[in-house]
Design a protein around this ligand. Structure first.
Ligand code: TSJ
Length: 639
């Protein structure tokens, strides 16, 4: 029984609906915020901040202050108009209370709702309220401070005046409910990234983010980007070498919709296109992205023909050729955004395709005409990409012919499983031969396959696809997965439902994980998008005492707990997987009954890609900074 049902008051019908709504949120939090992991916890912050951003989008707020206070309390303050404090005509309670107790009320209530709202995607302040141990709202409006407090979604009393003020705005504080979330500890860097993204997308809005959890180590970051998404692109390219000095920028408007694009090529081989609709990151793409890509391909091919980079009967450059080394941000704002796709992050509004396509075609054609030096650099980059792709295709065909000649095309090192149904199978990618041996003997061969990897990996950042083909470390993995690579990756051919990376819990292990995740992110992205990639969690310690069954600790906290439970026990610290015998490896790390495996999401893979770029890229400065700022975790980085 939750607290909500224990409150003794008489309710009228609408209030009962409210409580049932909040109860539903507390029963199935995952339905509203995705999960109750740290990711879900962070969603609470995004949800509240999004409301303040909406006020900024509407043009009434210039400054948003976000703070993690001691005890992991979050506070968000804006200098907007303040949530209306009057009595809501339908509900008969204050609008503030409506916002916080009616599901999906968000900022879209009453007549003064927002035309363009980022909260579309959001779940509403009421969900945050339902999932908070307590939450307080202070509205600074018309000379007074109006306050209300809630516990687990239920108001302690009505909105009331608690003081005088000369300021204006909304101030929200909350403590996430520890009985709902697996953790209530926020990650400063994850929140900072997301807040920075919002600052880029809303040029001129100042966002201040402070971590006051440790009074001796307060961190504060203030972000305000007058250049908006132009500065976003510079930020994306900050650890890369841009090919031309200026970020290319264009904007267009039609009816109630606006579109903005900023782009700049760098000397890497990756395409990095980020798209947003109403400030929501559309990771599945959509009409704005297709409009952009189609226009970019046409502009570049038209220019290439006009200025004889391509001869009459040369093949046109492909879309991929025109996007190699491109960092780009597309941001559209529109009314009635339609979000589609598996994770509702694909923009569906068809009118946006034409808007973006037309704007990009026109503005970029003009830009190339007016900036011939930049045009030349870009055209040469695209032509080189096309030649490399052609070489890759030939290499691929050669590999295919070769494997067609060899009768058994699965790699020799692979210890395959018996089951063929990919929804039941898993493959462990294991670092090192000795761990590979233990894994092979310890596994359940009916559904678990093992592929050991060893030796130094190839530097994917510097290598194009043509080098990935035929690479003796990566090819066995590609062949074992069975789904191909790059443009030809076909997830329906995947031979295993779970791909589990099993490496030591040390720096080398983390290096290999970073590398493999980067490889998947760049060349087999659907693997990550569809949640097929996992990271095994081997224990850090074995705790043994006399004849007792040994226990295992996966974190320092668990070790401390075991040691209070079993005083005088003997502790063995595992330095690597190789120190475990096959039975131990099975019991602690591979047996689905006991093990924990972490699913890799796009954020993990994206940050792996960034770390990898820093560690392997051409630029020395970011690498030194990275190593210095992570020095306490890194003692024998092999770079
Ligand atoms: F929703 C929320 F409670 F999570 C929240 C809302 C959290 C924070 C930090 C800020 C806000 C918020 C809401 N800031 N500003 C507003 N503005 C309105 O709600 C508002 C004010 C006036 C009018 C009007 O038409 O006069 C309309 C709206 C939507």
């Amino acid at each position: 029984m939750s607290d909500i049902q224990k409150v003794e008051t008489t309710y009228d019908e609408s209030q009962i609906q409210v409580l049932e709504g909040l109860e539903a949120v507390r029963k199935r939090p995952g339905m509203y915020i995705g999960s109750t992991s740290q990711r879900g916890l962070h969603h609470l912050v995004y949800e509240i901040v999004d409301n303040a951003i909406d006020e900024a989008l509407a043009g009434y707020c210039t400054h948003i202050e976000v703070c993690i206070e001691p005890g992991n309390v979050i506070s968000v303050r804006d200098n907007g108009r303040g949530i209306p404090v009057g009595i809501h005509h339908k509900m008969g309670i204050s609008t503030v209370e409506v916002v916080y107790t009616i599901l999906h009320a968000g900022g879209k209530f009453g007549d003064g709702g927002y035309k363009v709202s980022g909260g579309l995607h959001g779940v509403g302040a009421s969900v945050v309220n339902a999932l908070s141990e307590w939450l307080t709202v202070d509205v600074y409006l018309d000379g007074k401070i109006h306050s209300i407090q809630f516990h687990r979604g239920v108001p302690d009393g009505p909105l009331h005046i608690t003081g005088d003020t000369k300021e204006r705005g909304t101030f929200v504080r909350f403590k996430a409910d520890a009985t709902i979330f697996e953790t209530t500890e926020y990650d400063y860097d994850v929140l900072l990234n997301r807040l920075r993204e919002q600052a880029f997308l809303n040029a001129g809005v100042t966002i201040t983010f402070t971590d006051r959890r440790d009074p001796n180590a307060v961190r504060e970051t203030q972000m305000c980007y007058q250049g908006g998404i132009r500065e976003f692109v510079q930020h994306l390219n900050r650890n890369k070498t841009p090919l031309h000095p200026e970020v290319i920028y264009l904007a267009a408007q039609k009816d109630d919709s606006v579109a903005e694009v900023a782009m700049q090529y760098n000397d890497s081989y990756n395409e990095n296109i980020l798209s947003f609709a109403n400030d929501i990151n559309t990771t599945e793409g959509g009409t704005h992205e297709t409009g952009f890509k189609s226009a970019l391909t046409r502009v570049i091919n038209d220019y290439a023909h006009k200025y004889k980079y391509l001869k009459e009967d040369d093949k046109n450059l492909s879309g991929d050729d025109t996007r190699e080394g491109l960092s780009c941000v597309i941001s559209v704002k529109l009314t009635n955004a339609q979000f589609e796709g598996q994770t509702k992050t694909k923009l569906g509004n068809s009118e946006i395709r034409g808007l973006v396509d037309g704007a990009v075609y026109e503005a970029l054609s003009a830009y190339l005409e007016e900036n011939p030096a930049t045009a030349k650099t870009i055209l040469e980059k695209c032509l080189t990409a096309a030649r490399a792709r052609e070489a890759a295709r030939k290499a691929r065909e050669a590999t295919r012919r070769k494997s067609a000649l060899e009768s058994a095309s699965l790699p020799g090192k692979l210890a395959d499983c018996q089951e063929r149904d990919p929804s039941l199978t898993e493959i462990y990618i294991v670092e090192g031969d000795s761990a590979g041996g233990s894994a092979k003997s310890g596994r359940d061969r009916r559904f678990q396959a093992i592929l050991p990897l060893w030796g130094k990996m190839l530097n994917v950042e510097k290598a194009r696809l043509d080098k990935v083909y035929g690479n003796e470390k990566l090819m066995p993995m590609v062949t074992a997965f069975g789904a191909g690579i790059g443009d030809e990756f076909d997830i329906t051919k995947l031979r295993y439902g779970k791909i589990i990376l099993m490496a030591d819990a040390d720096v080398d292990g983390s290096h290999i994980r970073t590398l493999l995740l980067t490889f998947f992110f760049r060349y087999m992205r659907p693997l990550i998008e569809n949640g097929h990639v996992y990271i095994a969690q081997p224990p850090l310690y074995k705790v043994a005492k006399g004849k007792m069954e040994p226990r295992y600790a996966y974190t320092e906290e668990q070790l401390a707990e075991l040691l209070t439970q079993f005083p005088g026990a003997e502790v063995q610290r595992y330095k690597g997987l190789g120190e475990m015998n096959p039975e131990q490896l099975w019991e602690t790390t591979m047996n689905p009954e006991n093990r924990t495996i972490l699913k890799v999401n796009m954020e993990d893979a994206q940050s792996a890609d960034e770390i990898f770029t820093i560690l392997m890229g051409e630029k020395v400065e970011p690498r030194r900074n990275f190593i210095e700022s992570n020095a306490k975790y890194v003692n024998n980085l092999d770079i």
